[in-house]
Design a binder for this molecule. Structure first.
Ligand code: KG4
Ligand code: ZN
Length: 341
């Protein structure tokens, strides 16, 4: 079965063709980062308009790269939520219109389910069950993943998401958008321990997170330095922030493995591209004898491949979820645990 995936929930338009036998045939992506950069964050209306401009050329690109035609597509998977309503509507309407014209079934996919399953897009995918650490711009969650569609929330952030904390720290340090990669890069030039920041909820005894206090701690440090702040000071603050965020993410992931008795951790979402987090998790895995899996770096942030994959896995397992009713709604807010079968 070949599934076309369409992702448009935020600031990336992603299309991909996934084959259940042969794996990912092709994917194509347009990131709106450059367009939103001058505003310091995503402007929803501009995002929607840009998705409209990009989606069909990207479809042609995917077909060309894969050598497939529309006749080779068996179903269309599209991101139904969560995300920006206007942006989601572009993917929803294009997916349903194409499917109706081509008489193919459609399936609406939860964006986080896509992220969660994205580490399976490798030659030797990790077997179920596993603990998933989902760290994106909008979400920070630890989930027990028993199989496709069986997700239990073990813990989540009570306020800011990890990616949001990176983005806000970047703003406070005068860096660009999106902040994650820039803070991470600057932190490489900083020295650990010079600026010591709090590890929120490290000892809370549960698997929840809180990142808003960390952002406030960064603000306090920036204000303390005042106008005299140097590039090295900023690098030390970035280092302090990354060390604190990574410490908490690693400690809670270990606690989740301990609590569930599972030996496999899968990391997904944009912050999963963070090199300090990857290094710390890999070191902890070696020391404690568990396996850690990441998606390919290019598939950590939003993309169509994870949506095509989630659609293919769902349709293989639950063929009745294939819909020929092309009326659609989008779900800007949608709890992943609500997907549980
Ligand atoms: O998963 P994603 O592309 O979009 C959402 O669904 O939110 O994640 C985007 C987030 C942004 O907050 C961005 O700053 C962060 O992921 N991010 C990173 C890195 N690359 C992206 N954070 C830390 N280190 C990175 N290398
Ligand atoms: Zn995402």
């Amino acid at each position: 079965m070949r599934v076309l995936g369409i992702e448009s929930s935020c600031d990336e338009t992603g299309l991909a063709l996934y084959d259940t036998q042969r794996g990912l045939l092709a994917h194509a992506l347009h990131s709106q980062i450059a367009m939103h950069r001058k505003y310091g964050g995503v402007v929803p209306e501009l995002a929607s308009r840009d998705h409209i401009r990009r989606v069909l050329p990207l479809l042609e690109n995917v077909l060309e790269k894969s050598g497939a035609t529309r006749h080779d597509i068996d179903a269309i998977a599209w991101t139904q939520g969560p995300g920006l309503a206007g942006a989601l509507l572009v993917g929803a309407s294009v997916a349903n219109a194409l499917a109706m014209a081509w008489a193919k079934p459609v399936i609406g996919i939860h964006h986080l389910e896509g992220h969660l399953l994205s580490p399976l897009l490798v030659d030797e995918p990790p077997p179920f069950p596993f603990v998933a650490l989902l760290v994106s711009g909008g979400h920070t969650q630890l989930m027990r993943v028993t199989e496709v569609g069986a997700y239990e929330t073990l813990g989540e952030t009570l306020d800011d998401a990890a990616g949001e904390a990176f983005d806000k720290t970047a703003k406070l340090l005068g860096l660009g958008y999106p902040g994650g990669p820039e803070v991470s890069e600057l932190a490489q030039a900083g020295t650990s321990g010079v600026i010591k920041l709090p590890r929120p909820m490290l000892h809370s005894g549960d698997l929840d997170f809180s990142f808003s206090g960390l952002k406030t701690a960064v603000l306090t440090q920036v204000q303390r330095h005042g106008d005299a702040i140097t590039v090295q000071d900023k690098a030390n603050i970035a280092r302090g922030f990354v060390d604190a965020a990574v410490d908490v993410l690693v400690a809670k992931s270990l606690a989740a493995l301990k609590r569930t008795g599972l030996k496999r951790l899968v990391v997904a979402g944009g912050v999963g591209a963070n090199r300090q987090l990857r290094a710390a998790l890999s070191a902890a895995a070696t020391a404690r004898g568990f396996q850690v899996h990441y998606p390919d770096l290019s598939l950590c942030t939003d993309n169509g491949a994870m949506i095509a994959l989630a659609g293919a896995l769902r349709l293989a397992r639950w063929p009745e979820q294939a819909s020929f009713d092309y009326a659609f709604t989008v779900k800007p807010r949608w709890d992943l645990a609500a997907l549980a079968q």
